[in-house]
Design a protein around this ligand. Structure first.
Ligand code: OGA
Ligand code: MN
Length: 287
């Protein structure tokens, strides 16, 4: 059966319409979904009703799952699911990451083998207020950003690598007042700094992506700091141009899957308790 597919924005994203991931995911439909996914970088499934196990099972179709480095925020019994939420437990402690994704980033670009994709499932979403929605997530296509570079810039970045560091992001969040505890030595060892090509071929499609992001990229290898900062700033600006992006206004039951090699994303933190936001996320490793 042919899937009903609707683009979310010109450069990125597709909605798979009227599809129940809990019951409809046979091999034929998965093959179609995967092909739209590789092409569009971001998929939306609305009105899902997934148990933790079903969320994990759907995620596993895309590849093996990763346990996140922030162990306290994994769901008991389901270490493959990371809780992203502003909710507090009865002792007033965070029940999950309350400040995920506040800088543009591709998930786990700080790993040597960055993950393939992430699946974020909305369980509670702050209520809308007329046209106004809260806790939106922005997405942008890094392959479109690369394709739109001028010839000179493409030549300039050809062969360059950039460093990505989880510590950069973490320190910045702490400096901004986040209550995150210091990373332990063991956590630090789990996420050493890594290098990736600035023009990075997608591991599956081989299409080049402009693979730098504000969240984790620290500098261009072998460049003087001022020169590296200026180039990175210019490249990051290219990756977040509105024509390559899409803003998702969440509804409960939405499941979004994004490709971390061809896209990046940004969370908009414009809500606070008693507005509640609760999401479950899985991370799929590169094959
Ligand atoms: C993530 C993330 C953004 C959000 O799950 O990787 O960045 O809007 N989340 O919750
Ligand atoms: Mn993220």
């Amino acid at each position: 059966m042919a899937l009903k597919v609707r683009p979310l924005a010109p450069a990125i994203g597709a909605e798979i319409v009227d599809f129940d991931l809990a019951t409809d995911l046979d091999d034929d439909s998965f093959a179609q979904i995967e092909s739209v996914f590789n092409d569009r970088g971001l998929l939306l499934f609305r009105k899902q009703r997934l148990s933790e196990q079903q969320h994990i099972d759907v995620s596993r179709r895309f590849g093996p799952l990763q346990d996140h480095v922030l162990k306290p925020y994994l769901i008991p019994g389901y270490p493959q699911i990371l809780r992203i939420t502003n909710l507090l437990d009865k002792d007033g402690q965070p029940m999950g990451i309350g400040d995920a994704g506040l800088f543009w980033h591709s998930d786990t670009s700080y790993r040597r083998d960055p993950c393939r994709c992430s699946l974020l499932y909305a369980i509670e979403v702050p209520a809308r207020d007329g046209e106004r929605s809260y806790g939106d997530t922005l997405f942008a296509s890094l392959t479109e950003a690369y394709d739109a570079l001028d010839e000179g810039t493409r030549r300039q970045i050809d062969g360059l690598s950039a460093e990505h560091s989880y510590g950069k992001h973490y320190a910045r969040m702490q400096a901004a007042g986040s209550k995150r505890p210091d990373l332990t030595d063991e956590q630090k060892r789990e996420v050493p700094k890594v290098m990736h090509p600035v023009a990075r071929p997608h591991p599956i499609t081989r299409r080049k992506a402009l693979y730098v992001n504000d969240g984790y990229t620290t500098h261009i290898q072998g460049m003087a700091p001022a020169e590296s900062d200026a180039l990175l700033e210019r490249l990051v600006a290219q990756t977040i141009r509105p024509e390559f992006s899409y803003r998702h206004r969440w509804n409960e039951g939405d499941l979004l899957i994004w490709d971390n090699s061809s896209t990046q994303h940004l969370a908009i933190a414009d809500y606070a308790l008693p507005q509640r936001r609760l999401m479950h996320r899985t991370t799929v490793l590169a094959a």
